[in-house]
Design a binder for this molecule. Structure first.
Ligand SMILES: Nc1ncnc2c1ncn2[C@@H]1O[C@H](COP(=O)(O)OP(=O)(O)OP(=O)(O)O)[C@@H](O)[C@H]1O
Length: 241
């Protein structure tokens, strides 16, 4: 197994007076696409926030690329895309990506590369406020890619995208991983599990499974990711009853 991009030990997070992550420990390998899956409210976004260093943590440690999560030196090494696109509506696609490039000290050429990577060349000079929801999320992704990050953390990047765009984005994730980058991608679209090198299934803030899809299928006897996850969740509920 390759080195770790993220190492989490005993992570406890409380939000709104509730314990959301009670004591999570996990290791996310480098150079792979790791899918973070789980029911709504299971803590995926909270875990992602802890990895990028924007979540108040009650206990435990989160190490990212060998540094403490949230450390300023990580800012240039991590690309983070939140669930709602964080881009400027009144600027063009190119101006948005250029803005992030200038913050990160990235080259002009990398602006065009990032726009091409998300297949928005033909909209580079359109104002973001005039784009569709799926196009806006791709602008966000281009802004995250432009700094050439070692770790990309993407919270539901394919929501609202049609099947062709979803496939194209997963192809892009594969290419980025093949270049040695690490990706942590949350999703609740189960067929996307098949595109991940490794899966992390959360349930109620705990890791229910941390395995490859073939391992999960072998363990549960299910035919697909959805069947495997349902079997694991049913099993977990039976044992806690
Ligand atoms: N800002 C907040 N304040 C208080 N509690 C929150 C806040 N955001 C999320 N929570 C709670 O934390 C828990 C985990 O939420 P989180 O957003 O991490 O789940 P998720 O798995 O990403 O869900 P989804 O798939 O619906 O986005 C939920 O019970 C939620 O109610």
């Amino acid at each position: 197994m390759p080195g770790a991009a993220v190492e989490i030990d005993g992570l406890r997070v409380e939000r709104g007076g509730r314990t959301v992550l009670p004591g999570l420990s996990v290791r996310i390998p480098a150079g792979q696409v790791v899918g973070l899956l789980g029911p709504s409210g299971s803590g995926k976004s909270t875990l992602i926030r802890a990895v990028v260093g924007v979540q108040v943590v009650a206990a435990g440690s989160v190490r990212v690329l060998g540094e403490s999560a949230g450390s300023p030196v990580l800012r240039r090494r991590i690309g983070y895309v939140t669930q709602s696109p964080s881009v400027y509506d009144d600027l063009t696609v190119r101006a948005n990506v250029r803005y992030f490039a200038s913050i990160l000290g990235a080259s002009r050429a990398s602006v065009d590369e990032a726009i091409a990577a998300v297949d928005l060349d033909s909209h580079a000079d359109s104002r973001v406020g005039r784009l569709s929801g799926g196009q806006r999320s791709r602008v966000s992704l281009a802004c995250a890619l432009v700094g050439d990050p070692e770790l990309l953390v993407l919270d539901e990047p394919t929501v609202g995208l049609d099947p062709v765009l979803r496939r194209d984005l997963w192809d892009l994730f594969d290419r980025l991983a093949a270049q040695g980058r690490s990706l942590l991608v949350s999703s609740h679209v189960m067929d996307e599990a098949a595109r991940c090198d490794r899966l992390l299934l959360l349930r109620e803030g705990e890791v229910l499974a941390d395995a490859t899809l073939p391992e999960l299928l072998a363990r549960t006897g299910a035919e697909d990711a959805e069947g495997a996850f349902l079997a694991l969740i049913d099993h977990a509920e039976e044992t806690t009853r």
